[in-house]
Design a protein around this ligand. Structure first.
Ligand SMILES: [Zn+2]
Length: 469
């Protein structure tokens, strides 16, 4: 399995520090509003990474932080006239429900920054003790970039342009402003009631120290993978490395993975252009979470992705093609005992799929392999050359693929036994139809639907299928 490591700017074979166990930190949301579709591109990429690691047989420990104290959350809370926790709480709830809509697997730990202030204070203290940080008159503490020669290695900064001694207080800034950055911000009236006590004075943590402290708490001083959107690379991730490695002297992270930007209709997403969408906006317009997820996984994570409504339509079409194929397999499979061997074209598709996902998450090629199976499979089923056992084996293969993709649906395949009560309704409906009691037939169909099943009439009689949410 290979990943493109931003640190070395090359593809590298992935070897976890601990055999069989991948430790992964993913920068999570700043909970000051509803996450937008560009944010979700990064979370879906991280979900693909997590799923691929598990597909490869690794145990995964993933930590995703919740930034619930920083410049933006404080500004939002003060504007709303609410205590910080009350302001961020609904956005945290919304975030978790959005993850479900996109079928994103849960991380093992979701630490909130405000629950880890003591760990941050310890880390800042250790940087002060090592001479890598200093206090200022306003009670703040800054990281001394000049004292850490490795600074700039991730972002490939030109250190000769360092403005030694220049300080930047805000959480987000551009490369041109590189300088000593705030580890701790001394309290001022703009922070309102948001304040904690530290040995060097009252205040609150800077954004960057939050991720260093929380990642090391749950994953250790040195762990395998750290990810985020490309806009997190500098200064956020560069600063995380400086803080962690400055304090521990160990390699913080071995593989850095970043996903590219998302554009909407070819333009940078912005409120003024009217192309700014939260996930909620899209769902309210009637787009399904599955279609949105499909759009987000269909590009390579390191390529900019252009999100359009045409792409959403196309993803709906693509998924219904796969759904029809899955239905076809289910019908052909009948009793559902998979054969030991796949037909050769399906085995070739499986090998292509695996090669693609293990090659730096090449989802465009993995999906092409899947559609190759759909194409060859439809042809083989029409030609009558697929046995029921082979159909069951191909369906099982697609289920394996879906451990990575998270977008397929498997109505009646194999494990969807029809409950006796539903079968009784269906039998009664069949009898009603034989006697041409159409109203009764419709009533029974509605009763079956109300119980979560769908009945279809085919030339071989009724077919029952579990309805998908
Ligand atoms: Zn972070």
């Amino acid at each position: 399995m290979q990943f493109y490591n931003t640190l070395t700017r090359s593809k590298e074979t992935f070897e976890p520090l601990e055999k069989g166990h991948a430790r992964l930190y993913t920068c999570g949301p700043t909970v000051y509003n509803f996450a937008h579709i560009g944010n979700f591109r990064a979370y879906v990429f991280e979900d693909l990474l997590r799923r691929t690691l598990r597909y490869a047989g690794l145990r995964v420990t993933q930590v995703m932080n919740l930034t619930d104290v920083d410049d933006k959350t404080i500004r939002g809370a003060i504007t709303a006239g609410l205590p910080l926790k009350r302001y961020t709480h609904p956005f945290i709830e919304a975030f978790f429900s959005d993850l479900k809509v996109l079928n994103i697997e849960s991380a093992e730990v979701y630490p909130a920054a405000t629950d880890h202030i003591p760990e941050m204070i310890v880390l800042v203290q250790s940087l002060l003790d090592k001479g890598l940080a200093y206090r200022t008159d306003d009670g703040s503490v800054y990281f001394k970039v000049d004292a850490f020669p490795q600074y700039g290695r991730l972002a490939h900064l030109d250190r000769t342009s360092l403005r030694v001694g220049a300080r930047v207080a805000q959480d987000e800034y551009e490369k041109e402003s590189v300088g000593d950055f705030a580890l701790w911000k001394g309290w001022d009236e703009k922070d309102g009631e948001v304040v904690w006590d530290a040995p060097w004075g009252r205040g609150r943590p800077g954004w960057h120290i939050e991720c260093s402290a929380m990642s090391m708490k749950y994953l250790g001083a040195s762990f395998d993978i750290h990810t985020g959107g490309i806009d997190n690379l500098f200064p956020h991730h560069e600063n995380e490395i400086a803080q962690a490695e400055g304090a521990t002297g160990e390699t913080f992270v071995r593989y850095w993975l970043h996903c590219a930007h998302l554009r909407v209709n070819g333009e940078k997403m912005s409120k003024s252009l009217g192309n700014f969408f939260t996930l909620r906006d899209l769902i309210a317009q009637g787009w399904g979470g599955r279609w949105i997820r499909y759009v987000l996984i269909s590009g390579h994570y390191r390529q900019p992705l252009n999100f359009t409504f045409d792409a959403l339509e196309a993803s709906r079409t693509a998924l219904s093609r796969i759904d029809a194929f899955v239905d076809q397999l289910a019908e052909t499979a009948g009793g559902c005992e998979p054969s030991a061997d796949l037909p050769s074209w399906a085995a070739a598709g499986r090998d292509a799929f695996d090669a693609a996902v293990f090659d730096d998450l090449n989802l465009p090629e993995a999906l092409a392999a899947l559609f190759g199976i759909v194409r060859d499979g439809n042809a083989a089923v029409s030609a009558g050359t697929v046995t029921p056992a082979e159909a069951a084996a191909i369906a099982a293969l697609l289920k394996q693929f879906d451990r990575v993709l998270g977008v397929l649906q498997f109505g009646r395949v194999c494990d969807e036994a029809v409950p006796a009560a539903i079968q009784q309704l269906a039998d009664a409906r069949s009898a009603a139809r034989t006697q041409k009691h159409w109203a009764e037939s419709d009533r029974l169909r509605d009763a079956i639907a109300a119980a979560g099943w769908e009945v279809r009439d085919s030339k071989d009689g009724q077919k029952l299928k579990k309805r998908q949410a």
